[in-house]
Design a protein around this ligand. Structure first.
Ligand code: E4P
Length: 214
């Protein structure tokens, strides 16, 4: 499973890069706003830092507006992926991007029927939001299992990118379901490694090492 980081904070991206496990980056308008920086400027910097795919989201809601934004963003760097909402206009813009060899990530996906259309439109990635489904008492991970099954049944090339991840178990469940990618907030990446038995074990090893004659 590929690991993307879900942030527009360049400091967090650098930390994840230093771990050597980072395959790409996803951003959204809320994350860009949180960075306090200009959209194109921060996307450009992220694309220079990370060789893998970098998702940059359009804010237009009509097809022409999305297409214009997509063309502009695609010129920033070869690793740009255009993030489009899973709406009628988003699907049309996705088909146009596909015809023009521009990579896409269809975001705000909350149902298997949406994911099916996204794959038919030739999207590179579909982003189902597990955390936001859990928030309204739906089992977000069930959606991932359904999409993975549907895509496998028909050998669709669209990759399942699990989004809105809130804790390490989301990631484990996404991996068990066979999702291609998970996009993870930096705080969750840190938690993935944490285990009290690792800390206790290391402390004991180091204490015992002091008793070894030097
Ligand atoms: C990523 O592509 C999504 O925009 C993101 O994972 C949404 O996460 P949230 O539901 O925690 O805002």
């Amino acid at each position: 499973m590929k690991f993307f980081i879900d942030t527009a904070d360049v400091g967090e991206i650098r930390q994840a890069l230093a771990m050597g496990v980072l395959d790409g980056v996803t951003t959204n308008p809320s994350l860009i706003a949180k960075s306090g920086r200009k959209f194109e400027e921060v996307i450009e910097e992220i694309c220079e830092l990370v060789p893998g795919p970098v998702s940059a989201e359009v804010v237009s809601t009509d097809v022409e507006g999305m297409w214009n934004e997509a063309q502009k963003l695609a010129k920033i760097a070869p690793n740009i992926v255009i993030k489009l909402p899973t709406t009628m206009a988003g699907i049309q813009a996705c088909s146009r991007c596909k015809e023009n060899d521009i990579k896409t990530n269809l975001t705000l996906c909350f149902s298997p029927s949406q994911a099916l259309i996204v794959a038919k439109a030739g999207a590179t990635y579909v982003s189902p939001f597990v955390g936001r489904l859990d928030d309204i008492s739906h089992f977000g991970m069930e959606l991932i299992e359904q999409i993975v099954t549907i895509y496998e049944n028909y050998s669709f090339e669209t990759q399942v990118l699990v989004a809105s991840i809130r804790h390490p178990l989301h990631l484990v469940e996404a991996a068990l379901a066979g999702a291609h990618v998970s996009t993870i907030p930096y705080g969750v990446i840190e938690k993935l490694l944490k285990h009290p038995l690792t800390d206790i074990g290391l402390e004991k090893f180091l204490k015992d090492w002091e008793k070894v004659p030097k």
